[in-house]
Design a protein around this ligand. Sequence first.
Ligand SMILES: Cc1ncc(COP(=O)(O)O)c(C=O)c1O
Length: 340
Amino acid sequence: LDFSSDNVTGVAPEIMEAIARANTGSASSYGADAWTARLQTQFSTLFEHAVVVAPVINGTAANALALSTCTPPWGAVVCYAGAHINGAESNAPEFFSGGKMVPLPGERGKITPESLDALLGSAVPILGRPVHTAISISQATDVGAVYSPAEVAALSHVAKNCNLTVHMDGARLANAIAHLRCAPGDITWRAGVDVLSFGSTKNGALAAEAVVFFNTALAKDFEHRRKRSGHTLPKMRFVSAQLEAYVKDGVWLRNAAHANAAASRLGRELADIPGVVIKGSVDANIVFAEMPSRMIEGLHAAGFGFFAMHGWARLVTSFNTNDEVVALFIETAKHFGQAQ
Ligand SMILES: Cc1ncc(COP(=O)(O)O)c(C=O)c1O
């Protein structure tokens, strides 16, 4: 009954089985294993681009380490004000890069080429001012909106004109791609992305994310950055085995499509209940709904977990959200909608 996050659920069976299968014999440590080696080819094929893949175990590490490769201590990363990197990572990107975040306003977690252009165009190159060195965009955004390939390309165009590197926080990349139904390359390097934080934990892995370099020159020295952050795991094969199973046979997109469909149903059916207003379109696996307080209280009392503040409820679905639980949520919401 828990819609509070896509981290509250367990592990997808394909990934649990892959961990168990990797649990035989010995393997070289610290990423020198066969699983990690195979990832390089597997991800290069998946993205239709030669990539360097570096596994880590959470999204904060992926973001902070990825950004450290393109942000010197005097540099600045332009991002949406409410981005995870700017408000939910204990300043890890600043810590590992030494630079700072420059927040931009936006709608539903997205920044626009116009506001980026205005910011970069008005920057005065005076010694002592932070130098804008990268942009970071979240795909899908923290509130579940999805950038189209054209939107990413337009932002990259502005960024590249000013020599900025483009980072994508893809903690929910699978949900975005399942929504867009595009090739993984279309929403990443073909749209100008240089380095990607590739998520899988929220969509079925136990603990596995990766930094994926399309601009492989940025990967220089990454081994040292990752080691000093504590993310070069001695038994890395178990992280790589998760990532391998995650993208094999379309598990990642199947899982994400399931989560997206559950969110879409929640959004659609909640919208039909008088007093409920859905904020924006439901692109990925997150629904924002304005609800009467008696409905929020009633749903919480009935045992449903979700965040609610000032009359807004945030509902997050996952790869194994149960259809019957979605139906029960709707039924319960209707019940408390009627009770005046
Ligand atoms: C947009 C976004 N990026 C990154 C993360 C990764 O965070 P964590 O370090 O908890 O894996 C999250 C998790 O909530 C997120 O929502």
